[in-house]
Design a protein around this ligand. Sequence first.
Ligand SMILES: *[C@@H]1O[C@H](CO)[C@@H](O)[C@H](O)[C@H]1NC(C)=O
Length: 616
Amino acid sequence: MVEQPARCTEERRACCCVFPIVSLENYSLWNIVIMASDDIAQLADALSKTHVGDGELSYKGLGLKLDNAESVEELVCEIEQYHGLRALRLEGNTVGVDAARAIAKALESKDQLQRCYWSDMFTGRLRSEIPTALRSLGSALMSAGARLTELDLSDNAFGPDGVKGIEQLLKSPSCHTLRELRLNNCGMGIGGGKILAEALIECHRQSLAHGAPLKLRVFIAGRNRLENEGASALAKAFQVIGSLEEVHMPQNGINYAGVMALASAMRHNPELRLLNLNDNTFTKRGTLAMAQALRHLRNVQVINFGDCLVRSEGAIALAAVLREGLPILKELNLSFGEITEAAALVVAQAVTDKPHMEKVDLNGNCLGEEGCEALREAMENMDKGDMLASLSDDEGEPDDEGEEDEDDHENDDDYDDDDASDDCNEDNEEAGEIVKENGITRKDDSPAKPQSPPEITSFLSCPSAEKLLQLGEMRTDLQQTVDASDPHKAADVLLKIASLYSEEPETKSAVFETIDAVLKKLLSGSALQSYCFLSTLLVTMGILKGEGKVKKVSLVPGQLLCLEHAVQQEYFPQHHASLLYTFMSKKSEALESCSSASENLSSTLEKKCHGQRLSH
Ligand SMILES: *[C@@H]1O[C@H](CO)[C@@H](O)[C@H](O)[C@H]1NC(C)=O
């Protein structure tokens, strides 16, 4: 048996409670008030000795087994005596229904209580007991008129019903002031997530009506099996609340649909500092949606997408966001995400340019031994070797054979609807809200694209040098048919045009001219759009392993020669060239059929990237 807390000792007998006992706190307070008129310095001194303003009563970690009213007599006594109680720690004990009722009774007069640290306080209790106990405690807080700022109920395996136990409390004025809500590891499940979301929305609605809207800063709900539906419901609440600074929802079985919902909600929380979604399943689509959201969040310091299957294309999209946004990012966790070497290097280049960056974790990816070495070297060359977390769990280079099979079970789920939705569409964010119905996401209708002239349509359906020449002036109209928001089509069109390359001067110049017009447009948007386009281009060329079913082309030298021409042009930014160079300098089966064109492209890229370093 663990010892009872010894705080109530002297007053123990007097406590429950004929004469109200002036607590030590109040007594000192009174003294302080008198002193204050004499001597301010003394006041400060006295304040620091009596811990006025602390107001915390703690039973933390005592391992008390509190089953009934008798077992909490002393605790109740201490609560009752503690005038100005602001924080109550009950974590690490186990409280039964009757004990909770007795504690609740004592709390009914605690109108100044703000912080309830009530994690891990139902060990060994029946699931059915917990909601009842929570309801008693919650009712007491409400009738006391307490104004909570922190509520921690983590590690109470209360399940969906437990959420019902705090539903009324969460909706009540007692939670209008809530700043931190901790519900880690509570087994809430989809159902609990939905109830919680509704309660938070209601709390916000009512607090807003009272002129002081809920300003929740910290939300923690890791390990709760929220899945897509629970996460999407909560996303709605987050969007409404808009004041979040820290969101921790690791290990919740959320995949891209839930991640997309969370991403669009995060955009409405401009103060967001920390986002931890470790150990959920983003895949490419979820990662692109997150990348899109992160472009708008200027206060993010910590991103944990470790163990989230971010993959190479996702990593490249995040690198793009690092290029143009996230000005004060400190930590980025992209570990265990099936990211390959070149994509990891692109991330490394982007993080080393961030002034506040402290830690990047790329462990557990698919770099291979040489890749790990190259990454370490790259970081060290930029004098940022310390930033890189260990690479001790690298999974090795992906094994190309059987890659399709390996991926299929995941991708079936990812690609069950139209493939046009994995885009980098900037309008997507404005037209914005992803409409969710039964777990199916779709975008709001976008305006129909203008019809291309028949000559252009005919050229695109069956391209030939002859048709390209015949297009004459209309050639530059080809750029209107491409759009970085549909990178697959854009890559396809570009490669089609490039495949018509020939040494014959007229054709050559027509091809270059068209390529320039098309690429200029594709690279003129945000870094995110252009990186997405380039990574899609690399996937289509077979140089980067993409996700899902991708139509690959067999490369011809002319396509690489066109790229070589393009990268030398003014419109082709240095860091885009550097991205291409990172991929081109890796051996690739796809490039074998065009080895000399590919070597030329690499050395041209090297010159351009090297030139950049010298000019810095
Ligand atoms: C990143 O996430 C991984 C995987 O979940 C975890 O093991 C690792 O400790 C995290 N790294 C950092 C630097 O926090």
